[in-house]
Design a protein around this ligand. Structure first.
Ligand SMILES: Nc1nc2c(c(=O)[nH]1)N[C@H]1C(S)=C(S)[C@@H](COP(=O)(O)OP(=O)(O)OC[C@H]3O[C@@H](n4cnc5c(=O)[nH]c(N)nc54)[C@H](O)[C@@H]3O)O[C@H]1N2
Ligand SMILES: Nc1nc2c(c(=O)[nH]1)N[C@H]1C(S)=C(S)[C@@H](COP(=O)(O)OP(=O)(O)OC[C@H]3O[C@@H](n4cnc5c(=O)[nH]c(N)nc54)[C@H](O)[C@@H]3O)O[C@H]1N2
Ligand SMILES: [Mo]
Length: 758
């Protein structure tokens, strides 16, 4: 058993027949096989709807089936025929629902009516929309704006997000944290300093021209499977793919295209990775330093692009000095990789004219998350791999519009929002104080400074760190309001006054006074796309997100302030919101209403993509890393400290758990498991199948524990263990976050294993 797993937990390609079967099962479970099948033909198509799963680019010439297994599951989950009505809550008091799993809560189906928590009966009771907005407005008007948080999860459209940030700023704060605070904020902080843009420089065309792909800490087979098409095409041209990941992920090993009949009928499959480097969790900066050192110390003058460096960059001298001064022993120790392996990777990279560096949460969710991204930027700059066709940096964004939300003003950083423009456009004085991000909002919840929380989607309590500290504090909030499609734990661990406001999903037809509406989203490559819902709403009582945001704004703002923006006109016709967005951001969104339907979307300007560097010194900058040591937070404790990295399974979208299996990793029978190296098992006197408690061993010394996790022997580097998000979030200390970006360091948490306490 152990042996088989370590050899290959899923001896089949990603995609393939397993994928087809999973899509069918997902649709069947939600009782939408027929409807779902035809709906999905519109996914990621011009005139169709943008997938609600990941943010990967949507091509101008889509495949007939431009969806993947993960997208199909997300679609089925949203258009499910299952419903939660008011009766459900009469039968289930909130205290009881708090004992349900994440999976069971969402599996009940779509929320259908607005709900208010009733203290006397501990139940959510149906209310009218009017009374909901009236009371929420009254509550918010009584609060100091400094203590109110406007969170967004990255799914809401550009239109909704723009309205939401304006409402918050008219209300009086910049407290606009979003899910990217837990995700790619490290990228958004790292890249402006190195190349002068907060986003990636790569577009789909670059994949057709590249000679080499470097792949860091991103699980493509599960989290952005449509990218497998680009990878497969590149591999067919013989392009090497070098992967850095502590786990051997099925999707990074091989792929059979479920949309290619030839591949499905034969045993043909594409090998994706050509060199797989199983580094230690948190070893990326060191690994990248190894590759940079190999290039810098190379005898071959062509190893570096001297002309590019001279013309475009700054800072190489001190970076090169640091690389020379770092010895290989330190690099090998911190990365867990051998010098030979890193030199081989560097040689492959040096042989390519054009290279792309792709990365995900394995890079950003670390104490050194910002530095990791800057080290990848350094490596690319050494060979002029930014700002030319076939090359560039490619952060893979998570939620389907998380990048776009930032583009239209959802940010707690006042310097990143066009406040003067908003002032001129809406004739009010926008607040200039720094707002709360995820970590500082949690601090405020813990110390009582935050009194009210509005959630535009998401499941903040489950997604954020330190679950067991946060939940009791969260219940002391005066007001919690959750705009949502599905029931989740953040609705059940609630404030004194608490509302659930059910909304339309993006796949649903959105009818307003001005007719059927469309929305827009930005993908991972900075391209904006229109999206039109296709299925009948889950319930006639749902409101759209723009309608809810507009009603909230009108309820919480003094009437003369609310009158400064045309909320009702916007709801009647979202094209008017896009007009307003185009006024605020003319460079990006001019002609928005026309261009949003362009096949492949329209791209926002990305100066670095043509070697224009919007950095303070006008050059692309090499940045010397501060340290290669991953975890400066760890305190000395008795016992053997292991490094826990938290993972998504192939059956979840963040805190949405479709089912409890992780097919690609061969993990069945529940998510309360830890993946551990067999040598660690033996050394710690433990055996596969044992149940253990995991105790936090990080920074502040506070007690943190997750009980009863089952050990699974797995091919992970010694000293590192894998566990699932969000089950392991009680172990993630709030103050253990990335330097500079404050992204919780969910990919290296210091822990100890102890025999289970029963
Ligand atoms: N189906 C599905 N799609 C999704 C999501 C989902 O949950 N389900 N979530 C969406 C969201 S919001 C996001 S942000 C993305 C997340 O997508 P990813 O960026 O892929 O995030 P994770 O799955 O958390 O982990 C990524 C990989 O990092 C590896 N890893 C862990 N630690 C390290 C390390 O220290 N170094 C390196 N190099 N690798 C490491 C893990 O083994 C894993 O393969 O996906 C989006 N798409
Ligand atoms: N330990 C650990 N923690 C992590 C991570 C990790 O890798 N490890 N990853 C982090 C990352 S990358 C992210 S992005 C965050 C995710 O954090 P969030 O974005 O807050 O969480 P989700 O699980 O995506 O939110 C799911 C809920 O969104 C609601 N929803 C779904 N669709 C819609 C819609 O169309 N409209 C509205 N209004 N609501 C909708 C549903 O009610 C559903 O229950 O978690 C972070 N937390
Ligand atoms: Mo994310």
């Amino acid at each position: 058993m152990t042996e088989a797993r370590i050899d290959d937990p899923y001896p089949h390609p990603a995609g393939g027949w397993g994928s087809v079967k999973e899509v069918g099962t997902a649709l069947l479970n939600e009782h939408v096989l027929f409807k779902g099948g035809s709906v999905m033909l519109h996914q990621n198509k011009p005139e169709g709807y943008a997938c609600v799963s990941c943010a990967w680019a949507k091509p101008a010439n889509p495949h007939p089936f431009e969806f993947c297994e993960s997208g199909a599951k997300a679609t089925a989950w949203e258009i499910t025929s299952k419903r939660i009505d008011a009766d459900f809550f009469l039968q289930h008091p909130v205290a009881e629902l708090r004992t349900w799993s994440d999976h069971l809560l969402e599996a009940e189906g779509r929320l259908t009516v607005p709900l208010r928590w009733d203290a006397a009966s501990d139940r959510y009771l149906e209310v009218t929309w009017e009374s909901a907005f009236e009371e929420i407005g009254r509550e918010l008007r009584a609060q100091d704006p400094a203590g109110v948080v406007f969170y967004s999860s990255g799914r809401a459209s550009l239109e909704t997000s723009y309205m939401y940030q304006l409402a918050a700023r008219m209300y009086g704060n910049n407290n606009l944290p979003d899910s990217s605070n837990m995700c790619h904020e490290s990228t958004s902080v790292a890249l402006p300093a190195t190349i002068g843009v907060p986003i990636g420089t790569v577009v789909l065309d670059d994949f057709e021209q590249t000679d080499c792909i470097l792949f860091f800490g991103q699980n493509v087979g599960t989290n952005s499977p449509r990218m497998l098409h680009q990878l497969q095409q590149a591999r067919k041209r013989g392009v090497p793919v070098i992967t850095f990941n502590p786990l051997r992920e099925t999707g990074l090993l091989h792929f059979a295209n479920p949309q290619s009949p030839a591949e499905m009928l034969s045993t043909a499959e594409t090998q994706i990775t050509t060199q797989y480097l199983q580094l230690k969790a948190g070893g990326d900066s060191a690994a990248l330093m190894g590759m940079c050192k190999a290039l810098i110390e190379s005898d071959d003058p062509r190893a570096l692009d001297a002309a590019f460096i001279a013309e475009h960059t700054s800072g190489l001298d001190s970076f090169a000095e640091a690389a020379r001064a770092t010895d290989w022993a330190a690099i090998e120790f911190e990365s867990g990789l051998t010098r030979a392996a890193l030199e081989q990777a560097a040689a492959t990279y040096a042989a390519a004219d054009k290279a792309i560096g792709i990365f995900g949460m394995g890079m950003t969710q670390h104490r050194n998350g910002v530095q990791n991204v800057q080290m990848l930027s350094n490596l690319l700059l050494l060979r002029g791999n930014i700002g030319k066709p076939g090359a560039g940096i490619c952060p893979v964004r998570g939620h389907s519009n998380v990048q776009g939300q930032r583009t239209v003003g959802i940010t707690e950083k006042p310097e990143l929002a066009p406040l003067d423009k908003l002032k001129e456009q809406y004739r009010f004085e926008p607040p200039r104080e720094k707002g709360l991000n995820t970590v500082t909002a949690c601090r405020g919840i813990l110390d009582g400074a935050v009194r009210a929380f509005i959630g535009l989607g998401g499941n903040f309590v489950r997604a954020a760190p330190d679950t067991d500290r946060l939940e009791p504090a969260w219940q002391k909030l005066r007001l919690t309001v959750q705009i949502a499609t599905k029931l989740n734990r953040s609705h059940l661990v609630h404030g004194e006054v608490s509302y659930i406001l059910p909304c339309l999903g993006r796949i649903e037809i959105d009818r307003q006074a001005g007719g059927e509406q469309s929305v827009s989203v930005e993908d991972s490559t900075g391209c904006m796309h229109g999206s039109r819902g296709r299925v009948e709403p889950a319930s006639a009582s749902l409101l759209s997100e723009p309608a809810i945001v507009a009603a909230l704004a009108k309820a919480m703002l003094p009437p003369e302030r609310a009158a400064l923006a045309p909320w009702d006109d916007w709801v009647a016709d979202y094209a008017r919101v896009r007009d307003a967005i185009a006024v605020t951001y003319p460079d990006i969104f001019h002609d928005f209403n026309r261009r949003m339907w362009q096949p492949g979307g329209f791209r926002r300007p990305v100066p670095a993509a043509h070697r224009e560097w919007k950095t303070p010194n006008g050059r692309a900058n090499f940045i010397t890393p501060a340290t290669l040591v991953e975890d400066p937070d760890q305190i000395p404790v008795a016992g053997e400290v292991l490094r826990l990295f938290t993972l998504r399974s192939d059956s979840q979208f963040n805190t949405t758990i479709y089912n409890e299996d992780d097919r690609f990793r061969g993990i069945y029978g529940g998510r309360k498991v830890l993946l551990i190296n067999p040598a660690d098992l033996a050394r710690l006197g433990l055996a596969e199948g044992d149940l253990v408690d995991v105790r936090g061993a990080a920074c502040d010394g506070a007690a943190r524990r997750v009980r009863g996790l089952r050990l699974v022997a797995y091919d992970v580097p010694a000293g590192c263990i894998g566990g699932y998000y969000p089950e392991c979030n009680p172990l993630l200390p709030l103050e253990h976050h990335a330097v500079g970006s404050m992204v919780p360091a969910a990919k290296s948490i210091s822990v100890l294993l102890e025999p289970e306490i029963r």
